[in-house]
Design a protein around this ligand. Structure first.
Ligand code: ZN
Length: 325
């Protein structure tokens, strides 16, 4: 029966005896077939597209810019590489240090310490996955833009995972001067949760919409207002860090690649916010309070695309919509 489907099989025509008197091709020359034994071969396909299909991935040549290669950024680069994306530019000026051993994808290989994270990630992932190309830019993002090392128009998608609201607000503004869509992603302190926000994907909704202009708090935030920053000092030498465990950063890192893969397959409508909510135990124990959003939003609804955050008066994305009309 003809199904139109392809099948691959292997056969070895093994010549009987040691006669090499004349060269024949038993497939073409049927009369010579009895000079051969036919041995079936087991075929194992290891070409890239077959391997990716087996892994549930999708080959895509979309150019993705990842800004920030800390714990969230490095995990999402790894997840996107495993999903079949092949073309990345990664930007970060941070060097690998021992303090982040349990939070960073690269772990604690002493020979790697004090090297730029972006160059280490490039080497590691280009070794692991076939045909992947990573352009590593050892620079802070705003300097990279200023020095013409990065132009947002060169990419199909931008992912921002730096966890610095001041820089992210500026990037949001710059992204809206281009037509390149972006995903912002960040984790909250003490495992309270994390977020991924699509923006510049036709229509309003952006990072600036989340910010309450009176006190610069985030409407998406699970942490309540506090005069004390949610930062703990590990010890004098290690400096400060935002406390959340490895699994919390990984859970946050999962949101952005899922959104990215949906975008690549044209399955994202507008600019949704996706969040996950973790336990508030450690946060409350430290004497902080959770926000009304944390208290009131049921776990289930967080996993759906949310558009309630959009500010129709937003000076960044509403302006952008007007320009397009
Ligand atoms: Zn906005």
């Amino acid at each position: 029966m003809l199904t139109g489907k392809e099948a691959i099989f292997g056969l070895w025509y093994k010549r009987k005896g040691s006669s090499t008197s004349h060269k024949v091709n038993p497939v073409i020359d049927e009369s010579s077939a009895e000079e051969f034994n036919i041995v079936p071969l087991l075929i194992k396909r290891i070409d890239d597209s077959t391997l990716l299909k087996r892994g549930g991935g999708l080959i895509s040549d979309k150019k993705v810019l990842i800004i920030g290669c800390g714990s969230v950024g490095s995990d999402l680069l790894f997840l996107l590489s495993r999903s079949g994306l092949k073309n990345f530019t990664i930007v970060d000026n941070d060097k690998l240090s021992v303090e982040n051993t349990y939070k960073h994808f690269l772990g604690m290989d002493k020979s790697l310490m004090s090297n730029f994270k972006v160059s280490l990630l490039k080497k590691e992932l280009e070794n692991r996955y076939p045909n992947i190309q990573i352009n590593a830019v050892e620079s802070e993002i705003l300097s990279a833009i200023k020095n013409d090392k990065i132009n947002f128009n060169d990419y199909d998608l931008i992912i921002v995972a730096i966890g610095n609201p001041n820089v992210e607000r500026k990037l949001n503004e710059l992204i809206h001067e281009t037509n390149t869509p972006a995903i912002f992603t960040w984790a909250e302190a003490y495992g309270l949760g994390g977020h991924a926000l699509m923006t510049n994907n036709k229509g309003s909704g952006c990072y600036e919409c989340l910010i309450n202009k009176k006190d610069l708090s985030f409407s998406s935030s699970f942490a309540g207002k506090s005069d004390v920053p949610f930062i703990k000092n590990l010890n004098g030498c290690a400096g400060s860090y935002t406390p959340y465990g490895s699994m919390d950063s990984m859970e946050t890192a999962l949101k952005a690649p899922r959104l990215a893969m949906r975008y690549i397959q044209n399955q994202v409508s507008g600019n949704p916010l996706l969040s996950w909510k973790g336990s508030d135990k450690s946060f409350l124990e430290e004497g902080f309070e959770t926000s009304d959003r944390y208290k009131n939003v049921p776990f289930e609804t967080l996993y759906h695309d949310n558009y309630d955050y959009i500010d129709p008066e937003c000076k960044i994305c509403s302006k952008h919509v007007e320009v397009n009309l």
